[in-house]
Design a protein around this ligand. Structure first.
Ligand code: BG6
Length: 487
């Protein structure tokens, strides 16, 4: 249950940017449509550009009407009345003071920093200077929080001097995805899985986050981070934590986050020797993705680069539950399809009673959790192949599916933007789905270990053609441990 009072306003820094327009304003609109925004809740967007309130309202209207969902006049009238815009340099006290004026009577605002992390500290200092950093306010930060443990600590310390930890909401938008929360429900609202959720029954886990898009215009940011820091340090480790954590006592923010931190602490550090055995870096070269030719990363970047756009690795969690169970993580840009998936591979039956003919049919159970493009949860089960057969019963594997897409359609249809859940939680002060400072530390500690091991082993990215599933070495990696990617 939320402990802090409801927020009464949001200040959207980077208010004209891509994230604010595509995701945040749209999410706020949908929250309003569903009656979730508190009465009188204000939305103040701010950016450097000088723009009138009317122009910003018109821009927001266009952004929303360009979306496939469309808007209704009734909600728009209510929503647009909440909007305001302040053109200001938010790194100055003068700019922050103008934001304060625009907030009017709102005393419990939250500040959403959809801006470059290089500005976080200066914006927070200006908020403090203008008297806006009160105990009733909160800040929401987008990643990246630093580039490694040292820089993230520096940032967290600087922000911690202005805001208490429970006022800081670090977003990982994957935690707002419906199926990610469904994973928590699946594990802890059923008796079925938990007794099997360990190294006695589970053979290995695969987490794949494949994207068809390339890096494109984002290379100035991406080239400094690469897939390891852009995807693995945050989204993928969060997914791993939710799969691997012990049952928390309740859904209180600290109960859940304590369990996630324990998983991160149990991740085995990479050594130089292990780096070459247990991980692969890749970088896309020209190719064809879904029928369209795509340039290579270096052509987009304009010069040679050692940044990886693909990572595959084996992670090991050194605790009782997971000892000996490999977690294979794989993420890449310019893959053949967009797919975010967690696959829990169970062990095969210890002995087949069905005779030789069925031996080839028997496939171990697998639980597939699809996050994107469609959300679904499927459990593959062996059953008898219909009809008659000679030489004993024949088997087939069929999925038992939750058909989430149909369930959502039945419940009103619209697939929510992940940010809706997260924004609503900030409004209510519920930090369960946000990343605590020590989680960030532990995730960086492990990722720094991987990056250091790569550097020690002089591992440069292997080329892969855009539109392929990464370098051949990624297949060799998982084969080395006797498994295959679940494609
Ligand atoms: C972002 C990364 O955090 O997540 C991007 O910076 C990536 O590089 C994006 O494309 C993926 O998000 P989603 O929700 O489309 O899987």
């Amino acid at each position: 249950m939320p402990k802090t009072p409801q927020a009464d306003a949001i200040v959207l820094f980077g208010g004209t940017g891509d994230l604010a327009r595509r995701m945040l304003l749209a999410s706020l609109y949908f929250l309003d449509a569903d009656g979730f925004l508190p009465e009188g809740f204000r939305i103040v967007a701010t950016a450097r550009a000088a723009m009138t309130r009317d122009a910003f309202v018109a821009l927001t209207h266009k952004t929303l009407t360009d979306r496939p969902e469309g808007i209704t006049d009734e909600v728009w009238v209510r929503f647009s009345a909440r909007l305001d815009y302040v053109g200001a340099d938010a790194t100055t006290i003068e700019g922050a003071t103008r934001i304060k004026t625009a907030l009017g009577g709102a005393t419990r605002p939250f500040f959403y920093l959809a801006i470059s992390p290089s500005l976080f500290e200066r914006v927070c200092a200006a908020l403090s200077g203008a008297g806006l950093a009160t105990s009733a306010s909160r800040i929401v930060l987008e990643k990246p929080i630093g580039r490694d443990l040292e820089t993230s600590r520096h940032m967290n310390t600087a922000l911690g001097e202005i805001f208490d930890e429970d006022q800081i909401f670090r977003i990982d938008h994957y935690l707002g995805k419906e199926t990610v929360q469904n994973l928590i429900a699946l594990r802890f609202a059923n008796t079925l899985f938990e007794p099997l959720w360990n190294n006695l029954t589970i053979d290995h886990v695969q987490i794949t986050v494949a994207e068809t898009e390339g890096v494109g215009e984002r290379w100035p940011y991406y080239d400094e981070y690469g897939a390891l820091r852009d995807m693995l340090q945050n989204h993928m480790l969060q997914l791993l934590c939710l799969v691997a954590m012990e049952p928390p006592a309740d859904m209180e923010p600290d109960s859940v986050r304590n369990e996630k931190v324990k998983v991160l602490r149990s991740l085995r550090r990479f050594t130089r020797v292990e780096a070459t055995e247990k991980s692969v870096r890749g970088q896309y070269t020209p190719g064809v993705v879904i029928g369209k030719t795509a340039a290579g990363y270096e052509a987009e970047r304009g010069q040679a680069s050692d940044t990886e756009t693909f990572v595959a690795l084996r992670a090991d969690i050194d605790n009782w539950r997971w000892a000996g169970v490999p977690f294979f993580l794989r993420t890449g840009k310019r893959m053949p399809e967009k797919r975010t998936q967690i696959a829990i591979q169970f062990k095969p039956v210890p002995h087949s009673i069905f005779g030789q003919a069925a031996n080839h049919d028997l496939v171990a159970n697998r639980l597939i959790i699809d996050l994107q493009p469609d959300e679904d949860i499927r459990l593959s089960l062996m059953n008898k192949a219909p009809g008659l057969s000679q030489g004993g019963m024949r088997m087939q594997s069929l999925p038992l599916s939750l058909s989430l897409l149909r369930t959502y359609e039945g419940a009103g249809g619209r697939r929510r933007i992940a940010y809706e859940r997260l924004l609503l939680d900030v409004i209510h002060g519920d930090a369960t789905l946000f990343v605590r400072r020590d989680e960030v530390d532990e995730a960086w500690r492990w990722v720094d270990g991987v990056a250091d091991a790569w550097a020690d082993a002089h591992m440069t990215p292997k080329p892969y053609a855009a539109g392929s599933w990464g370098p051949q070495d990624a297949f060799a990696l998982i084969a080395r441990f006797g498994r295959a990617w679940s494609d």
